[in-house]
Design a protein around this ligand. Structure first.
Ligand SMILES: Nc1ncnc2c1ncn2[C@@H]1O[C@H](COP(=O)(O)OP(=O)(O)O)[C@@H](O)[C@H]1O
Ligand SMILES: [Mg+2]
Length: 259
C-alpha cells in the first residue's frame, strides 16, 4: 500500500506563540520505496516537537486536518491510532514499576512481555542492559521508589519501548525525537541502525540530533524555513543545501544540531 501523510492547512498556537499558520504537507510514498526515512531539523523553538505532537495525535491543531492514509487521526479512537502511529517524544514519560512493564508500555499483547530474550537483546542494543543485569534484571524497579535513571537513560529506554511497539504494530508512521545525551559510540551506532531498520518497515520521521542520523534520509524538513500559509517540504539533501542556510551551516560545522 502507498502511504500518504497529510497536513491540510493547519494552524497551531500556544497561548502566546504561533507555531503554524495555514501550513500544509503532503508526502506520498510509493509502496516500492524501501527506505522511508525522513529527517526533521531546525534551530531550537522552531516547532519540531510541536510538529511531531500534531502528527502523533497529541496536539489537535486549532484549524486544519491531519490525515494518514486518508484517515483523519483525530477522528479515530486511541486504540486504532496506536496501530497507525508509534511516537517517541523528547520528554520521557514518568517511569514507575518494573523495567519490564515500562519497556512494553502500550503493547496489549503478552507475547512480547514474556519474551525475555527479545527484551534483553533490545536493552543491550541501546546500551542499557548492563545497568539492570547486576540488579533484578527485567524486574528491577525504576523511577520513584526504585532505580533512578538519568535523563539520557530514560530517553534510551523510551526509544527501546518505541522500537518494540513499532516492530509489533508495524504502524504506517513512526515519529521519533531521537535520543541524544550520553550515548557512547556503540549505542549511537546501534540506535542509528535501529532507526534505519524501522524506516524500511514504516514511514519514519525523526527529529535528528546528529547529522549521522540523516545519512540515509531521503528527505529533510528544516523547520526554520516554515512560513505562514506555505507548504512544508521535505527536500533532498542537495536541494536543502541550496534552500537552507541553517543546513549549510550545519554541514560546514558553523552550527550545531540542538542537544
Ligand atoms: N507547552 C507550551 N506552551 C507554550 N509555548 C510552547 C509550549 N511548547 C512549545 N512552545 C513554544 O512554541 C514554539 C515551538 O516550540 P517547539 O515545538 O518545542 O520547538 P522545537 O522542538 O523546535 O525546539 C517555541 O516558541 C516554544 O517556546
Ligand atoms: Mg523540541
Amino acid at each position: 500500500m502507498n502511504h500518504i501523510i497529510e497536513l491540510k492547512h493547519i494552524s497551531y498556537s500556544y497561548e502566546n506563540t504561533k507555531v503554524f499558520h495555514g501550513n500544509s504537507l503532503i508526502l506520498s510514498i510509493p509502496q516500492k520505496q524501501k527506505n522511508k526515512l525522513y529527517g526533521i531539523i531546525g534551530p531550537s523553538g522552531t516547532g519540531k516537537t510541536t510538529l511531531l505532537s500534531i502528527l502523533g495525535g497529541q496536539l489537535n491543531p486549532q484549524q486544519g486536518d491531519v490525515c494518514i492514509d486518508t484517515i483523519n487521526i483525530y477522528k479515530v479512537g486511541d486504540k486504532k491510532r496506536r496501530k497507525m502511529i508509534a511516537v517517541q517524544m523528547q520528554t520521557a514519560t514518568a517511569l514507575r514499576g518494573a523495567l519490564r512493564q515500562n519497556l512494553v508500555f502500550g503493547i496489549l499483547d503478552d507475547t512480547v512481555l514474556s519474551d525475555e530474550e527479545y527484551l534483553i537483546t533490545t536493552l543491550k542494543k541501546v546500551g542499557l542492559w548492563s545497568i539492570f543485569e547486576s540488579k533484578e534484571g527485567l524486574d528491577t524497579l525504576i523511577g520513584e521508589g526504585g532505580l533512578n535513571l538519568s535523563g539520557g537513560q530514560r530517553q534510551r529506554l523510551n526509544f527501546a519501548g518505541l522500537y518494540l511497539r513499532a516492530k509489533h504494530y508495524k504502524p504506517s508512521l513512526i515519529l521519533i525525537d531521537e535520543p541524544t545525551s550520553s550515548l557512547d559510540e556503540i549505542s549511537e551506532k546501534a540506535i542509528t541502525q535501529m532507526i534505519d531498520e524501522l524506516s524500511i518497515q514504516s514511514v519514519t520521521f525523526v527529529v535528528a540530533h546528529r547529522l549521522k542520523t540523516l545519512d540515509k534520509a531521503v528527505g529533510v524538513l528544516d523547520t526554520s524555513l516554515i512560513q505562514d500559509n506555505k507548504e512544508l517540504i521535505f527536500y533532498s539533501k542537495t536541494e536543502l543545501l541550496q534552500a537552507s542556510q541553517y543546513y549549510k551551516d550545519l554541514q560546514e560545522g558553523k552550527a550545531e544540531l540542538e542537544e
